[in-house]
Design a protein around this ligand. Structure first.
Ligand code: ZN
Length: 198
C-alpha cells in the first residue's frame, strides 16, 4: 500500500476494466514520473470524451454530433439496419468492411437475471425507425450467447408482425476449435445453420 494520492490513483486505475492491481500500480508510477504535458493530455482526453461524446439520436452509436458519421453518410444503404448490443459492436462489424447499411444499438441484451427486459432496450426506437417503410431488412447481430440469442428471438418475433425481412448473423464454430469445447448455444446455431454437402 502507498500513501494518500498515489494509493488513490492506484485504486482508481484498478477499477478500469482489464486492469489488475499490478498494472494499476505500474500505470500510477509511470504517471508520477511522466512529463507534465503527457499527463495533461491524458487528463484533457478523459474530460473531452466525458463532455463531448454522446449517443447518436437515431442509432445510439457514439458521436460528438447529434447524429453519428454512419447515419449522416448518404452513401450508406438506408434499406438495411444491423441491430447490435453496444457501440463497440459497430466498430467490430465496420472493421469487416462488408456491411453498407445502417445500425441500431440496443444498449444491451435481454437478461432476466439482471432485470433487463425488452422495455430496458432501445426496441421502441427501432420500431419507430421502421415506420416510414424505407427499411426492408434487419440483421440481428446480437452476441452469440444466451442473452444475445434471447434478444434476437424476441426481435425476430416482434419484427415478423410488421413484415420486415429478418436475418441472423451466421455464427460458425470457432475455426480449429474442438466441438466439445464449443458452448451449447454455438453448437445449436451451427446445427441449425447446417448446409447440405453434395
Ligand atoms: Zn447513428
Amino acid at each position: 500500500m502507498y500513501e494518500g494520492a498515489l494509493q488513490s490513483l492506484v485504486d482508481q486505475l484498478g477499477h478500469l476494466p482489464g486492469v489488475g492491481p499490478k498494472s494499476a500500480q505500474r500505470m500510477a508510477l509511470y504517471l508520477l514520473e511522466a512529463e507534465p504535458d503527457e499527463v495533461s493530455m491524458l487528463v484533457e482526453a478523459i474530460n473531452a470524451v466525458r463532455t463531448r461524446v454522446h449517443h447518436c439520436e437515431i442509432c445510439a452509436n457514439l458521436t460528438e454530433e447529434n447524429t453519428c458519421a454512419i447515419c449522416r453518410d448518404i452513401r450508406r444503404d438506408p434499406t438495411m439496419i444491423c441491430v447490435v448490443q453496444e457501440p463497440k459492436d459497430i466498430q467490430a462489424i465496420e472493421a469487416a468492411r462488408v456491411f453498407r447499411g445502417r445500425y441500431h444499438v440496443l444498449g444491451g441484451a435481454i437478461d432476466p437475471m439482471r432485470g433487463i427486459g425488452p422495455e430496458q432496450l432501445r426496441i421502441r426506437e427501432l420500431l419507430t425507425r421502421l415506420q416510414d417503410g424505407q427499411v426492408t431488412e434487419i440483421i440481428l447481430a446480437t452476441n452469440p450467447n444466451i442473452e444475445g440469442e434471447a434478444t434476437a428471438s424476441y426481435l425476430a418475433r416482434t419484427l415478423a408482425t410488421i413484415g420486415v425481412t429478418t436475418s441472423r448473423l451466421a455464427m460458425g464454430l470457432p475455426v480449429g476449435g474442438d466441438l466439445e469445447y464449443a458452448d451449447a448455444v454455438t453448437l445449436g446455431r451451427a446445427l441449425e445453420g447446417r448446409r447440405h454437402i453434395d
